[in-house]
Design a protein around this ligand. Structure first.
Ligand SMILES: Cc1cc2nc3c(=O)[nH]c(=O)nc-3n(C[C@H](O)[C@H](O)[C@H](O)COP(=O)(O)O)c2cc1C
Length: 354
């Protein structure tokens, strides 16, 4: 069988494993080979593209960098690695501030502008790129997807680069897609990835809302009976809306989830998370963020309750109910989906309350 290029990765030669059949390499060649292997391996890492900027004396400076890493939440720290030969480092030592600008997919020209030696140094303002000041005085590139405005926290030795650690004083940004860099070329997210990214962002937001709502409800104190009432108020409607609005791909994913859960009714540790995800997913498929967040928040106390109570008989009953609800959604039968969910919650409630 013909081998694909990635069957022979660019391995860093290991002397101990060299066979006598291999042509011996000179030290220089070996060094070069290691370097090429390193470059190729590093080039396989996909990243966003940033421009690091600072303002010092009467001028501004910027360079393109992909070595950005978000480092710490407490304190808020980021890092970026700058070549030791870049005059940028002295500028940053002088100013004590810098901004990291994450470029949007329509800003490839900005990346190219700042990737030419010395080009990023301008008197007063950048000649070809619009920027403004936020908090520290470092230029923030207008239209950047996001930005971090920093003071210098530390500068660390990193071989031929200096690792710049920044303490984030302000950060911001908007929506849009990122400019990407992979394997020596600029890239953009494909439409599929864009849709998925937007969907994931929405799901993340809903889960964040659900987290804080569930904490508030917990602190407020909510009885089991109230929890069940709340579930009865939102989940049947979520199922009905899913029957009305979910697209075919979403329904196929729901089916896969139900079928996966059916395989694990004998093992509560496996079944429970899949069962909870079914309820969570229905909330999301309702297409209504308020309902999705409420369903997800009400799922949180369920987690602990189910952990103690699930027998394989209960799991089989729940799996059967999930399948009926799924079939009603597949049939686009809103009334059946609403009714079946309500009945399912009623059965679960009897199990929990008695
Ligand atoms: C996509 C891309 C990523 C880069 N990432 C870095 C980086 O992380 N650190 C760095 O020092 N240089 C990086 N460079 C190179 C600098 O942008 C480039 O050498 C620039 O000319 C430096 O300007 P200066 O010599 O005026 O400092 C990158 C260049 C490109 C095109």
């Amino acid at each position: 069988m013909a081998s694909a290029p990635w069957d022979h990765p660019f391995q860093i030669p290991n002397k101990q494993h060299q066979t006598t059949c291999e042509v011996a390499m000179s030290t220089d060649e070996e060094q070069q080979h290691r370097l090429d292997s390193f470059r190729q391996a590093a080039g396989r890492f996909a990243s966003g593209v940033t421009v690091v900027t600072t303002a010092y004396d009467d001028h501004v400076y910027g360079i393109t960098a992909t070595s950005f890493v978000s480092l710490s939440l407490n304190p808020l720290l980021v890092t970026v690695s700058i070549n030791v030969n870049s005059p940028m480092l002295d500028e940053i030592r002088g100013s004590g501030v810098f901004a990291i600008n994450v470029l949007a997919n329509d800003q490839q020209h900005v990346s190219s502008y700042f990737a030419r030696r010395g080009r990023g140094r301008s008197k007063g303002a950048f000649d070809e790129v619009e920027a403004h000041v936020e908090t520290t005085g470092a230029p923030v590139v207008t239209g950047a997807l996001s930005w971090f405005d920093c003071t210098v926290h530390t500068m660390l030795d990193g071989g031929d680069h200096t690792i710049l650690v920044g303490e984030v004083k302000a950060a911001g940004g908007g929506t849009g897609e990122p400019l990407l860099y992979w394997s020596g070329n600029y890239r953009e997210l494909g439409q599929e990835e864009q849709n998925a990214a937007e969907e994931n962002a929405l799901t993340d937001d809903i889960h964040r809302i659900a987290d804080s709502l569930s904490v508030q409800l917990h602190m407020h104190g909510m009885s089991t009976a109230q929890l069940i009432e709340a579930q009865q108020a939102v989940e049947p409607e979520a199922a009905a809306l899913a029957a009305r609005d979910a697209n075919d791909e979403q329904i196929a994913q729901l089916r896969a989830l139900v079928e996966e859960a059916e395989l694990h009714t004998g093992d509560a540790a496996c079944f429970n998370p899949l069962s909870l995800e079914f309820h969570d997913r229905l909330g999301l498929l309702s297409g209504n963020p308020a309902i999705a967040a409420a369903v997800s928040a009400l799922n949180r106390p369920r987690e602990s309750r189910y952990a103690a109570d699930t027998t394989s008989e209960r799991a089989s009953r729940a799996a059967g109910a999930h399948r009926w609800i799924l079939e009603a959604i597949e049939a686009r039968d809103e009334d059946a989906a609403r009714r079946l969910m309500s009945e399912h919650l009623g059965t679960v409630a009897v199990g929990i309350l008695h």
